[in-house]
Design a protein around this ligand. Structure first.
Ligand code: F6P
Length: 416
């Protein structure tokens, strides 16, 4: 763990349709990407699995004793699994349930604290009826709980379900320990006893979240002179084919993304030259510069294998953690990309990132929620645009290959 030896349990709090699952999964994705073993335990899934998905709203009525007992059982089963996960090597867990009464939170907290865990409540409060209505229609009425049920009937039943939870709801109080309250999808944040580096990062991350749908487009720069020679790193200009790609990209971006796009490049020539044809304002991030190959910069993989076989083999053995002498590892790249992720989350317009192979792999792993140690092997060919479109709880991906064909599109002269 980054700043504490205590393992962490985030405990979600809030009425149904307040975006708890969205927030829980986002936190999990962010922390997993940073290398913490993180998992979400969603009590709704346990309920559906154990009790079936079709439950009339009266099942959720606090006056329904049988319903209460059944719900408590599934909540405790999820909690037990969460505690086992943390006992067996997990770092951080997120307990995704309504936890809408003090009594329930006290029980969850006591069980976690008995195991030496630090508990942080994350409460989502939404006072904007339009936002709640939108969430009900977009997600809840289409959830597995209402499969085959006409939309209006599902919406009616779900509203009644919310009313049952509302009748028992108690907001988290200052006597309940550490908490973050997210009000109206991040318009206001209230923090209480949030201490330490990791929690500060999570809060900073939460500050930037929004639910406005928009795509993120990733592309490598056009083919560079170094790509043609099979040399890594450096700061070479585009090749003839690379300049051709820059023009094609500009046309495709105009057609498919539109003028209201935010364009980010690295500070290296090949990305800046690729962006020029767009004729749009761009922001050059140092954090987006290609992985620093240190003493191997400007070499070919063959030269590294011949001249520094130990380095070559060490990278082959653990490409994710391997750090080039006086350079970087993929793990280092992920750490320095954190501010880019925060800005990516905050931005409401489509974003086009013109970057480099290793850096885009790391961004891709974040967007697609892939284990970070898989990211060195993600295929990001030259002259290909990836459109990543966030969905309710995940991300859809489309790839568009564009001409001209570079010398080594799939990176066959791939590194170890
Ligand atoms: O070859 C292009 C390149 O962007 C290099 O500059 C960089 O070192 C490399 O790709 C990263 O890919 P890999 O981690 O597979 O070596």
């Amino acid at each position: 763990m980054a700043d504490s030896t205590r393992k962490l349990a985030f405990v979600m709090v809030g009425l149904p349709a307040r975006g708890k699952t969205f927030i829980a999964r986002k936190i999990a994705r962010y922390l997993s990407w940073l290398g913490h073993r993180t998992m979400v335990f969603n009590v709704g899934s346990y309920r559906r699995e154990r009790l079936g998905s079709r439950q009339h709203h009266s099942f959720f009525d606090p006056r329904n004793d049988a319903g209460q007992a059944a719900r408590r059982d599934v909540a405790l089963a999820a909690l037990d699994d969460m505690l086992s996960f943390l006992r067996e090597g997990g770092d951080i867990a997120i307990y995704d349930a309504t936890n809408n009464t003090r009594e329930r939170r006290a029980l969850v907290r006591a069980r976690c604290e008995d195991e030496g865990l630090e508990v942080v409540f994350v409460e989502s409060i939404c006072n904007d009826p339009a936002l709640v209505e939108e969430n009900i229609r977009a997600n809840k009425a289409r959830s597995p709980d209402y499969e085959g049920v006409p939309e209006e009937e599902a919406v009616r039943d779900f509203r009644m379900r919310i009313a049952h939870y509302e009748s028992a709801y108690e907001e988290v109080g200052e006597d309940e320990g550490h908490f973050v309250k997210i009000i109206d999808v991040g318009r206001t944040l209230v923090l209480h006893r949030i201490e330490g580096y990791l929690l500060a990062r999570v809060v900073h991350y939460l500050l930037n979240l929004h639910v406005q749908p928009r795509s993120v487009w990733l592309t490598r720069h056009g083919e560079s002179e170094f790509n043609v020679l099979g040399r890594i790193g450096g700061d070479s200009p585009l090749s003839e084919a690379g300049r051709g790609y820059a023009r094609t990209l500009a046309g495709v971006a105009r057609e498919r993304i539109g003028p209201d796009v935010v364009v980010w490049t690295s500070t290296l020539r090949r990305t800046i030259e690729t962006a020029e044809a767009l004729g749009l304002p761009t922001r050059a991030w140092r954090a987006l510069d290609e992985i620093d190959a240190g003493v191997c910069d400007a070499m070919t993989y063959e030269e590294i294998a011949d001249g520094m076989p130990q380095e070559y083999e060490a990278r082959q053995a653990d490409k994710f953690r391997y750090r080039y002498p006086r350079g970087e590892s993929y793990q280092d790249v992920i750490q320095r990309l954190e501010p880019v992720i925060f800005e990516l989350e905050r931005e409401r317009r489509p974003v086009l990132v013109i970057g480099h192979q290793a850096v885009l792999r790391a961004l891709y792993a974040y967007m697609m929620d892939r284990p970070p140690n898989e990211c060195p092997y993600v295929s990001i060919p030259l002259h290909t645009i990836l459109e990543l479109e966030p969905t309710a709880y995940g991300c859809d991906e489309r790839r568009i290959d564009l001409p001209p064909t570079p010398v080594d599109p799939e990176g066959f002269r791939q590194g170890p």
